[in-house]
Design a protein around this ligand. Structure first.
Ligand code: OGA
Ligand code: MN
Length: 267
């Protein structure tokens, strides 16, 4: 087996994996350990990587099927690679997400089958800002008092993207408390960016409950922040985390490659 270490961040979630070169194929036992660490820590990151798009897609396959991102992006040399960037060429953005703040969300929760795992590889990063934070949905659920757990058990919420063209014709609903299919643990599954309202509740009470759950789930004690370095590859589990990106100066360049896994998961 490759010799490597998994070092927990000591924060609300996440671990760094040291000692692997992701240009190389990984052995079966290494992949097994990485899958276990990923389920335990929800976020894994690898620093100092110098990988190609092919390497990123191959690495992604150890965890499930990489799919072309649902949002169109012209001129992709490799279909499964989606560019996240604020850079423009000839006045056209070369990637998605710009330089604005992106509020907490779980990827693609506005779809009936949301994304399971997302991977992001940093090629250029701004000097300041553009950091990404993850909130641990297990920890925030576990910390709820029994009364709140009982109150939200069985509720569903409608998820909707602010860009309406991305939404499905029928409203997308997900349980407010979701069970991770692989760990069997419960998670709070609402977000300020993509959860529109709680179903079957009157407007004011529903809004108040949603705000309360979001405030709780994004409380600093459940959140870990990543300061990007060039060469970082980071992967996260959308089934038990939400993430948020801080804004940055649009005159600086941020350029990343991203892959997306749907369905299946790590087994
Ligand atoms: C994403 C995303 C955050 C970032 O790619 O899904 O939310 O830091 N990115 O770019
Ligand atoms: Mn995202």
């Amino acid at each position: 087996m490759d010799s490597f270490e998994v070092i927990p961040t000591g924060g609300a979630l996440g671990a760094e994996v040291r000692g692997l070169d992701l240009r190389e194929e990984l052995g079966g036992e290494t992949v097994r350990v990485l899958r276990g660490a990923f389920l335990d820590h929800c976020v894994l990151f690898f620093r100092g990587q110098e990988i190609s798009q092919e390497d990123l897609v191959r690495f992604t396959r150890y965890f499930g099927k990489p799919v072309p991102h649902v949002r169109p992006q012209p001129d992709r040399p490799i279909d499964e690679i989606f560019v996240i960037s604020n850079v423009t060429e000839d006045g056209q953005p070369i990637g998605a997400l710009g330089s604005e703040e992106i509020p907490f969300h779980s990827d693609l929760s506005y779809l009936p089958e949301p994304g399971t795992i997302s991977l992001l590889y940093a090629l250029e990063i701004p000097e300041r800002g553009g950091e990404t934070m993850w909130a641990n949905g297990y920890a925030s659920y576990d910390a709820l008092d029994p009364g709140t757990k009982a109150r939200i058990d069985g509720l569903s919420a409608v998820h909707r993207h602010p860009i309406d063209a991305l939404n499905t014709p029928e409203p997308t609903m997900h349980p407010v408390v979701r069970t991770h299919p692989e760990t069997g643990r419960k998670v709070i599954y609402v977000s300020p960016h993509l959860t529109h309202h709680i179903a079957d509740m009157e407007r004011e009470g529903g809004r108040a409950l949603l705000d309360e759950l979001i405030a709780h789930a994004t409380d600093a004690r459940f959140v870990w922040k990543h300061r990007w370095q060039v060469g970082d590859l980071l992967m996260w589990d959308n089934r038990c985390t939400m993430h948020r990106r801080t804004p940055f100066d649009d005159r600086q360049r941020r350029f990343m490659w991203r892959t997306q896994v749907f369905g299946a998961g790590t087994r």
